[in-house]
Design a protein around this ligand. Structure first.
Ligand code: NAD
Ligand code: GLY
Length: 360
């Protein structure tokens, strides 16, 4: 784990097909105009946000843009996963046309993973690709979805089934914006932070297990910095998700199935990831590792198992993107800080899932 003091430069450079910087600093939303002006030449943007985030942070962003002579129109859609749709995407394209956005202009995603994913996909596809900036305002988006270039929308066939790899030109993480997040959303991001500790960094895991939801804001920049550093290392090694990047999916195969079983309502992605990590650990890791993981997960009000009957989860594993024609890859952590990718048949995975309990 890297120490991250307040006076330290809080910048992570990501060396992917499009290289870019990630700034992690409290209050950086107010400086976003000058950070963007240094990274991009155009002085015209379209801001995409949802109704909740827009109400909280658009004014600060627009003022900062205007201070740097960047003009921007704002497109706002209703918050929630149901907006990550073809319909919203079409509305965004219409808005960009009405604003006269050209190939040399850029988009700004101001919001959580839903805003980031759909804006990224709009940027990947509009005029065959324009630049975009990520300003993530949920913990999940700061530590995971805003970095790495996966963009997507949901279709009737499943979540995230249509998308593209499109790296942002800049990511600005202002941990002050996380102060307005409801606890449930903070927990959701903590599930991903716990995941990073489990797969790569025992010290990070120890930092997380020594805090809880009420004290985590005190170390937020350090937490975000260390999570993004791990994501950067993994993505630089496997930008297009053909191998090592799969370790970021620890807990996700079972987690996605649980989310699907709940029809994605009243059940967050983070709850699925937390339950999925614990259930996978129960089946593959020494009991003392599983117990420590479960204790940490509970500290952040996340579930360690599911009420879904295991047999009913199996159909929801079938659309998982970690599955190819005959096989499925899943991630195990035999110890805290180390992950392994296991490839098996679909039948082998089902047998593994059914070999354990639903958990608590
Ligand atoms: P989200 O974007 O729906 O945000 C959750 C809720 O918090 C929303 O209601 C939003 O309006 C609200 N919110 C956002 N910021 C706020 C703030 N600062 N204060 C108060 N409220 C705020 O959900 P999410 O959890 O950020 O992201 C989930 C999405 O991310 C899913 O669609 C998932 O598929 C995607 N995702 C993508 C990647 C990737 O690599 N691209 C990785 C993980 C998840
Ligand atoms: N969120 C997993 C990945 O970016 O690969």
């Amino acid at each position: 784990m890297k120490k991250h003091s307040e006076d330290q430069e809080k910048r992570i450079s990501v060396h992917t097909s499009t290289p870019y910087d990630v700034y992690i600093r409290r209050g950086s939303l107010s400086d976003s105009g000058s950070l963007i002006a240094q990274a991009l030449r155009s002085r015209r943007a379209a801001v995409i946000t949802d109704d909740i985030v827009g109400g909280l942070y658009t004014d600060t962003l627009l003022k900062s843009l205007s201070d740097s002579d960047i003009s921007a129109g704002v497109f706002t859609f209703p918050h929630g996963e149901q907006s990550k749709s073809l319909e919203t995407l079409g509305n965004i394209y219409d808005f960009l046309c009405s604003e006269g956005i050209t190939r040399s202009d850029f988009l700004i995603a101001l919001g959580g993973g839903v805003v980031g994913d759909i804006t990224g996909f709009a940027a990947a596809s509009f005029l065959r690709g324009i630049d975009f900036v990520q300003i993530p305002t949920t913990l999940l988006a700061q530590v995971d979805s805003s970095v790495g270039g996966k963009t997507a929308i949901d279709i009737k066939g499943g979540k995230n089934l249509v998308g593209a790899f499109k790296q942002p030109s800049l990511v600005i993480c202002d941990s002050d914006t996380l102060r307005t997040l409801p606890d449930e959303e903070l927990s959701c991001g903590m599930a991903e932070a716990i995941k990073y500790g489990m797969i790569r960094d025992k010290e990070l895991f120890e930092l997380i297990e020594s805090h809880d939801l009420s004290s985590i804001h005190e170390i937020m920049d350090e937490l975000v910095y260390n999570c993004i550093s791990i994501k950067r290392d993994v993505v630089e090694g496997d930008e297009f998700d053909r191998g090592e990047r799969m370790i970021l999916n620890f807990g996700h195969t079972i987690g996605h199935a649980i989310e699907g079983w709940h029809s994605y309502t009243d059940y967050t992605h983070g709850m699925g990831v937390a339950a999925g990590m614990c259930m996978m650990s129960e089946r593959t890791a020494p009991p003392e590792i599983t117990e420590r993981l479960k204790k940490c997960v509970r500290r952040y009000s996340l579930p360690t198992g599911t009420e879904a009957p295991l047999g009913e989860l199996i159909p929801f594993c079938s659309m998982d993107k970690k599955r190819d024609s005959g096989s499925i890859s899943y991630i195990v952590c035999p110890e805290i800080g180390r992950a392994e990718i296991i490839k098996t048949s679909a039948a082998g995975f089902e047998e593994l899932l059914l070999s354990g309990k639903e958990g608590e």
